[in-house]
Design a protein around this ligand. Sequence first.
Ligand code: HPA
Ligand SMILES: [Zn+2]
Length: 336
Amino acid sequence: MNDALIRSLPKCELHIHIEGSLEPELMFALARRNGIALPYESVEAVRRAYQFRNLQDFLDIYYQGMSVLITEQDFYDLAFAYLERAKADNVRHVEMFFDPQGHTARGVAFETVTDGLSRAIADAERTLGVSACLVMCFLRHLDEASAEKTLDEALAFKDRIVGIGLDSSEAGHPPSKFKRVFGRARDAGFFVTAHAGEEGPASYVWEALDELGVERIDHGNRAMEDETLVGRLVREKMALTVCPLSNLRLRVVDDLSHHPLRRMMDKGLVVTVNSDDPAYFGGYVNQNYREISEALALSREEIAAIVRNGFHASLMPDEEKKKALAEVDRVLTELP
Ligand code: HPA
Ligand SMILES: [Zn+2]
């Protein structure tokens, strides 16, 4: 019902793992280009395998999928294809996660990854008019020493990487495990964020705030189990990057009609809508907006409020934010 509005509004994407935008068609093309054998016989067989009971089920397939990414051009092709899709969804600004340890562990140089991604970002900025920046994530199932080593490598690319995040298997890997390396990242001037409260408990959200000093929370669904925490997040205007289709496919929610987004908004939380791993979860940004809006019967004003939250929570320059927010208002008044 609100399809035209969702399509017409300029948007931000603040929670996208670029490796999670690897569509099966590109996976096959890169496997062929690099002489890599895939354990699937066709694109359809790959898609059929995308049935997940939980986050770990997904991660096992996600790490296997990224094994086709070898050369600088592979990373370029991956990121540029995503940015073209973002453009088609009227996304103006992207904060793009990437997982260097998923590549360096396979013998791909850190520089190969960042060169390919940043070249695609520069080209997309020029040819598509989409701005994007890189947020490097530490894999939390690995130890802090590995994260420290990855941060050391990133320091040489400080001009291309704006932020640091934390992702992968949440349960059993609390944010506090990475307290020291996040302290160093903050001291070096990186923006910091962390996945918390996707599968892990509300206490992980507290830890992300108090021990990592994060400026955003990725997911944050389970913060809703702790009233005091919700109060703090509201008071601090801490943005949550919510990913509805990811939550559905990873069974964080059993049905989108039970998704906490509306309740989060009613509590005054600053929520944004994002795609997480769109090639695996069945939808890019607009699809996430469409499905959650329909499931929760979100009003035009609620949809616009989420879109505005995205711009406010982003690292865009203030002038650009102002222009985008003015455009949101214009679309709202012009669309019947
Ligand atoms: O949804 C996710 N959660 C945690 N780690 C991830 N890495 C890619 N996607 C995800
Ligand atoms: Zn994520």
